[in-house]
Design a protein around this ligand. Structure first.
Ligand code: MSP
Length: 513
């Protein structure tokens, strides 16, 4: 049986330009998708855009454009960002596509047929910015005496006819499910938060799932006066992309999804509303939902009003895509918040990429080019130091794989850097430049050990920095069609010619003002 893996990012609202937070979700998911492919899985990696709802309708009106034209333009910008960040998504979904409207209607009808939907009226608070309904008790009062959501978003009081989803019927079922499946929600602290919410005395309420005060949405089947609440159609995207409602199509084998990767702000939609909808529709639940943290910028919340919104395209242009990808996953624990600063990005680039990894590769490879015939040197009898290095190297593949499968990208990178530092200590201690004068056989063995180490390091780093590691593997004499994890079992043959080495990670020097 083939191993397969279905992984999603949230679909992005097209009300504004992409920023570093959007790129972050895509990059993290991309690392996981690439890792699974390296490990021999058939992967379906989905990203896309969330184009309905009042927020997007308003953004289009503010831009003086018809909503469809506006969303076409902004969605194309998100698709470009994915390319620019070297995201290897297999599909890009747009919620304004006909296939998606069809899937959303089919899911609605399935819920309706099961008796899970009724017509009522919603009277209460709504935030357009968050596209979320709020209870009175969830609101706070700001300095101007206005009621706002705890996210800082303005709210308005709305009274309108609305269809409801009988979500209250699923409270206990969700608690039981989450308790029986400890890995369903990650990280652990977030799982406890969701359980706390579900177990709160008020319990789970029914959910308003249609709106009548605007038109930009998927029409409710059989009642054109309503459009679906944007989150209902948005969540359905994960089914649309693999062919729903045609559950006999070629992609349906990917359901249930293995992982929905989301930001912490939208965990409840994915860990409460989505599984309740799926239970009602009698569909299997995703295997895991993981929430990552948020980035602040030099200690401040990123916001248009502060004017500190970071465009990932500018960073990629200045520093390169791979250093940016590396920084975002290295700087902070995945699952916790992180702080971006230009200085810390430059520090990581110069210390960890240029010095630690770049130099280890560069000094090993240029020494071989000059002193060992520019080929893979001969291996020799192993000393205890060689064995210590080899066991670190062999354990690395498993460490990185385990960490990535728990979405602990920071742990994966830390274990790689521990190994790289050990490689630098080894070369200093073994001093091949001295052996060159005393013991050429041992010199070759030392160099071969270093190349074997570098090959594993570059291989496991491929998902994080695809272009740079592809260059490094070229220089290590590893054929382009032999870069899967399984290929690591076959050593590079002694005598394999090595191309002329060239540095992969230049130091970043601030341009003179
Ligand atoms: N459209 C919804 C998701 C629907 S999924 C069925 C949405 N879109 S969004 O564009 O507002 O956010 C997309 C993702 O970007 C979310 O995972 C969110 O957490 C993430 N981020 C937005 N700002 C962020 C930071 N400052 N830092 C990290 N991630 C951030 O929500």
């Amino acid at each position: 049986m083939s191993k397969h893996f279905y992984l999603t990012t949230p679909i992005f609202y097209v009300n504004g330009a992409p920023h570093i937070g959007h790129a972050y979700t895509m990059i993290a998911a991309d690392v996981l998708a690439r890792w699974k492919r390296l490990d021999g899985y058939e992967v379906f990696f989905l990203t896309g855009t969330d184009e309905h709802g009042q927020k997007v309708e308003k953004a289009a009106a503010d831009a003086g454009k018809a909503p469809q034209l506006f969303t076409d333009e902004v969605s194309a910008v998100f698709a470009d960002i994915a390319r620019q960040m070297n995201i290897s998504n297999d599909a890009f979904i747009r919620t304004t596509e006909d296939r998606h409207k069809r899937a959303s209607k089919a899911l609605w009808e399935k819920l309706q047929a099961g008796g899970h939907i009724y017509l009522g009226g919603y009277e209460g608070w709504y935030s357009v910015r968050d596209e979320s309904f709020y209870d009175e008790a969830e609101l706070i009062v700001n300095a101007n005496g206005e009621k706002i959501a705890t996210t800082g978003a303005p709210v308005e009081y709305v009274t309108e006819p609305s269809y409801f989803f009988r979500m209250s019927a699923f409270g206990q079922k969700l608690i039981d499910y989450i308790e029986a499946n400890p890995d369903f929600i990650g990280p652990k602290e977030r799982r406890n938060e969701v359980l706390g919410f579900l177990k709160s005395p008020e319990g789970l309420k029914d959910l308003s799932i249609s709106r009548t005060s605007f038109r930009w949405g998927v029409p409710v089947p059989g009642d054109d006066a309503h459009v679906m609440y944007v989150w209902i159609d948005a969540l359905t995207n994960y089914l649309t992309a693999i062919g729903y409602p045609d559950t006999d199509g070629p992609l349906w084998k990917f359901w249930p999804a293995d992982l929905h990767l989301v930001g912490k702000d939208i965990l409840r939609f994915h860990a409460v509303i989505w599984p309740a909808l799926l239970m009602a529709a009698e569909l299997p639940l995703p295997k895991r939902v993981f929430a990552h943290g948020w980035w602040t910028i030099e200690g401040e919340k990123m916001s248009k009003s502060i004017g500190n919104v970071i465009d990932p395209r500018e960073l990629a242009e200045t520093f390169g895509v791979d250093p940016l990808r590396f920084f975002l996953l290295r700087e902070t624990t995945f699952g916790s918040d992180g702080d971006y600063s230009r200085a810390s990005l430059i520090r990581r680039m110069n210390v960890e990429l240029a010095n630690d990894l770049g130099n280890l590769a560069q000094r090993t490879l240029s020494f071989i080019a000059k002193n060992a015939g520019a080929v893979m040197p001969s291996r020799g009898a192993e000393t205890p130091e060689d064995q210590a290095l080899a066991s670190l190297r062999d354990a690395l593949i498993k460490h990185v794989g385990d960490a990535i499968s728990r979405q602990a990208f920071h742990e994966a990178l830390e274990s790689v850097w521990v190994t790289i530092r050990a490689g630098n200590a080894y070369i200093d201690q073994q001093a091949p430049w001295t052996l060159r004068k005393t013991d050429m056989v041992r010199m070759e063995a030392v160099l071969a050990n270093l190349l074997d180490l570098l090959r594993v390091v570059a291989s496991v780093l491929q998902p994080f920095m695809p272009d740079s590691m592809s260059k490094m593997l070229d220089q290590l004499g590893v054929a382009a069609n032999a870069r899967q994890l399984a290929d690591l079992a076959t050593p590079i043959a002694t005598g394999t010619p090595l191309p002329a080495p060239a540095g992969v990670f230049p130091r970043f020097v601030e341009p003179e003002a």
